[in-house]
Write a protein that binds this ligand. Structure first.
Ligand code: UDP
Length: 377
């Protein structure tokens, strides 16, 4: 082991959730261990995978544009046998790249926050390797590729994900339920609603509906926003289009009946969530976890079939929100919560109960323990 232990995080920008999870854990490592551990993030697809796989982060928003097709791909490939076949078939194509990644990034521990990184990197690392820990960033419908028995530890966000890990042959002692990691600013409020709204220039006297389509601005965000605006509800709309510049331009080109604020990719989503009253979002695990921490009632207007199916069930089961796949259903859900404050207050309370604000810190401590590190005094 080098003097200062070095952790390599394997992620990719297919959506915004994998990066967000890695960043949250890295922030917590700093808070728990100061400068005693160094970290590094590598987008293993963009920077190492051979063509055409290195284009995956770039074309991901297009790949999921026909969600049904994505869903078929997910379910057809989801299973221990399928995962083994996929890994063996692709291995000759990716072997050189995987070995080069390992060579170029010496480390004392690898942490994977992406399902596609596990089996290939574990193969490339061989027997004499540093600890390999997987942090599963899907809440419920976790694909078989997350679970490689060779990993030393698998950290999952929910009990259902733990059961999935066991179904896929993981030994129980290697699976820990900790929660979905979110940044410190998400788990501890950065300010009160009033002052945040003042800073952001949002009205104080309106119910603020925050609309987000994940990191890539996915799903029928424009139609949903329009339906809310034309519903007659007296609300303020805050629409975050993420990296979807076309959608941002489209929304900016239209006129709105209600006060409407349109943003591209923001680094301060935790402030947005604290300052808003209700969230309309696609069922991304990162956004859901952050909303639970912000005690923000959730209306799910879209999901990616496959890995996000279970997120919908999870949100409904914990009473943190509702599934509203058509724009009129979104409007009905908003209307209901506006007209029935007691019901909304209960949903707010349910969010608080389901949140795992300590998840990133706990994961950081587990990683530190595995490295034999003491906590910062
Ligand atoms: N996000 C962000 N700024 C934006 C839009 C999204 O930081 O403008 C973050 C969001 O807070 C969350 C992540 O991107 O942490 C999206 O992850 P999620 O799992 O919800 O969806 P994905 O984009 O991975 O499909």
């Amino acid at each position: 082991m080098t003097k200062k232990p070095h952790i390599l995080f394997l992620f990719s920008d297919t959506g915004g959730g994998h990066r967000a999870s890695a960043e949250a854990i890295i922030e917590s490592l700093k808070l728990e261990f100061g400068d005693a551990i160094s970290t590094e993030m590598v987008d293993f697809l963009k920077d190492y995978a051979p063509p055409p796989y290195n284009y995956l982060p770039e074309i991901y928003p297009d790949l999921v544009r026909i969600p049904e097709l994505w869903g078929v791909g997910f379910y057809v490939s989801d299973g221990r046998r399928q995962a083994r076949i996929m890994t063996s078939t692709l291995w000759p194509l990716v072997r050189r790249a995987a070995r080069r990644l390992v060579r170029e990034h010496p480390n004392d521990m690898l942490v994977s926050v992406h399902a596609l990184a596990n089996s290939f990197l574990l193969r490339a690392l061989g027997k004499n390797r540093p600890p390999f820990i997987t942090v599963v960033t899907d809440m419920v419908s976790t694909h078989a590729l997350w679970f490689d028995r060779k990993a030393d530890l698998i950290i999952v966000p929910t009990e259902i994900a733990r059961l999935r890990a066991l179904e896929h042959g993981m030994p129980p002692e290697k699976v820990l339920v900790v929660g979905q990691p979110v940044t410190e600013s998400c788990s501890a409020p950065p300010g009160d609603k009033g002052s945040l709204r003042e800073q952001l220039g949002w009205p104080q006297d309106k119910t603020i509906v925050l609309l987000i389509g994940g990191g890539e601005g996915m799903g029928p965000l424009a139609e949903t926003a329009r339906a809310i605006d034309e519903s007659g509800l007296d609300v303020g709309l805050v629409i975050v289009t993420g990296r979807n510049a076309r959608l941002k331009a489209e929304l900016e080109a239209r006129s709105w009946e209600n006060p409407t604020f349109i943003y591209g990719f923001r680094q301060d989503m935790s402030c947005f969530m604290r300052a808003a009253d209700m969230l309309v979002t696609k069922a991304g695990p990162g956004t859901i976890a952050e909303a639970l921490n912000a005690a923000l009632p959730i209306i799910l207007y879209a999901k990616l079939p496959g890995q996000e199916d279970g997120n919908v069930t999870f949100v409904e089961q914990v009473g943190a929100g509702v599934w509203a796949p058509e724009a009129p259903q979104v409007v009905r859900a908003l209307t209901r919560w506006i007209c029935r404050p007691a019901e909304r207050a209960q949903v707010v309370e349910n969010c608080r109960r389901a949140a795992r604000p300590e998840a990133a810190r706990t994961i950081a401590r587990i990683l530190g323990e595995q490295l034999g590190m003491g906590l910062r005094s």
